[in-house]
Write a protein that binds this ligand. Structure first.
Ligand code: SF4
Length: 396
């Protein structure tokens, strides 16, 4: 009935403030940004420039590099310059994996964003009895953190650059661990403590991450973070990731299991898939997750039936051929269905359909309209001809 209201299947993204990282915007309604990290030693200028460029060319929109020493911080100046001269400016993030403020301050001059880990700002005297920290102890340590962090915050603020407050489940500071346990609450409070220091210094170019290698912990932490930020009137964008997801099929599934429920709820403004493989392998996984959720469309969407006893051709082989012939096109939905029985109805309104008609013949569809029946061995060629005739073809 026309009066019925249907469920809107578009993901409603959480409203966040935009944070600029070089020429890329995180949050503020911008498309979910894909990022990754190079494996090269930052001191290897040529190697790092080549790796950053490789990643950027295949769609990594922000590239992270590690900065373990002052020499690495200086190296970033050369890397940034060389990239601009030989390729283009790529938004770079420096990972400062310790409470090394001199290093962070130096590198802040050369990159677009600095990532810090609150768990490494440890000023507490270790307690052997594992008792909770009192408010007074929190305040005292908080003052020391503030004093340490302030120059970096001011430098980034005054340069219009960004900071990621990157909490890791595996490296919470002792005061968080003893007070909140090894929990999402501890992760969230750790981020809030740093956020409040930044806000008090009028610095808001902030992105938050709460990564864990266990999917339920990571999902709970991000959800709790959103709730706490809502309570506090904060709307910072979130960087999603499952750490140490491993490799291969399970690494990809584990990452997807962590990212998808959050993204489907509109949570998440930038993502990284961390798999134990070359960083180039992470990028297609990121884009596939975003495409499957309808958040970004960067490749052809293939709809294909699983095949069954009714299938009239070798579906796996044909899907492979169709994909090879059309994968360079963007913005199209192409369906490959084994038979006419359920085929056209289940093509999910694809732009084009390749459907088993009768033994030895397939039908080509434009939307739901059957265009022509052709012998199976001409199917892929005729599909390409149809796309060409519609003016939607580009040469690879
Ligand atoms: Fe089987 Fe046809 Fe459904 Fe494919 S579309 S699974 S061939 S019934």
């Amino acid at each position: 009935p026309s009066s019925q209201t249907f469920v809107d299947t578009t993901i409603q993204r959480r409203k966040t403030r935009p944070v600029q990282v070089g020429n890329v915007t995180i949050g503020g309604g911008a498309p979910v940004v894909v990022q990754s990290m190079i494996n090269e030693d930052t001191l290897d200028i040529e190697g790092s420039v080549a790796a950053i460029r490789r990643l950027h060319e295949i769609g990594c929109e922000i590239v992270r590099v590690t900065v373990p020493s002052m020499a690495h911080a200086y190296a970033l100046k050369d890397i940034k310059q060389k990239l601009a001269e030989t390729y283009q400016a790529v938004p770079l993030v420096a990972d400062v994996h310790h409470n090394g403020m001199k290093i962070a301050l130096e590198v802040a001059k050369h990159v677009d964003k600095v990532r810090i880990n609150p768990g490494l700002y440890v000023f507490e005297k270790p307690k052997s009895d594992r008792t909770e920290y009192s408010q007074a102890e929190f305040d005292e340590i908080g003052a020391k953190i503030r004093e340490t962090l302030e120059p970096l915050v001011i430098s980034l603020r005054d340069q219009g650059k960004a900071m990621r407050i990157g909490v890791n489940h595996g490296s919470l500071a002792e005061r968080m661990l003893f007070t909140y346990g090894d929990t999402p609450e501890g992760m969230v409070e750790s981020a809030i403590e740093f956020l409040q220091i930044c806000e008090s210094l009028n610095f808001h170019n902030l992105v938050i991450s709460l990564k864990a290698s266990r999917v339920p912990v990571m999902v709970a932490a991000y959800r709790l973070m959103v709730k706490r930020m809502d309570e506090l009137g904060m709307n910072y964008p979130l960087h999603l990731g499952v750490t140490e997801a491993g490799d291969g099929e399970y690494g990809r599934i584990k990452s997807t299991a962590g990212l998808a429920p959050l993204l489907a709820d509109g949570i998440g403004d930038t993502i990284r898939v961390s798999i134990t493989e070359a960083p180039e392998k992470e990028i297609p996984v990121c884009y596939s997750i975003l495409q499957a959720l309808g958040l970004r469309k960067t490749m052809v969407e293939y709809v294909a039936c699983p095949s069954c006893g009714r299938t009239l051709f070798n579906l796996e082989e044909v899907l492979h051929k169709v994909r090879e012939a059309t994968k360079h096109l963007t913005g199209l939905d192409i369906a490959v269905m084994g038979c006419i029985v359920n085929g056209p109805g289940e093509m999910a309104d694809a732009d084009y359909g390749y459907v088993g008609k009768q033994p030895g013949y397939i039908s080509l569809y434009r939307g739901r309209e059957e265009i022509k029946k052709v012998p199976e061995d001409q199917g892929v060629t005729e599909l390409i001809n149809l796309i060409k005739a519609d003016g939607r073809w580009v040469d690879p």
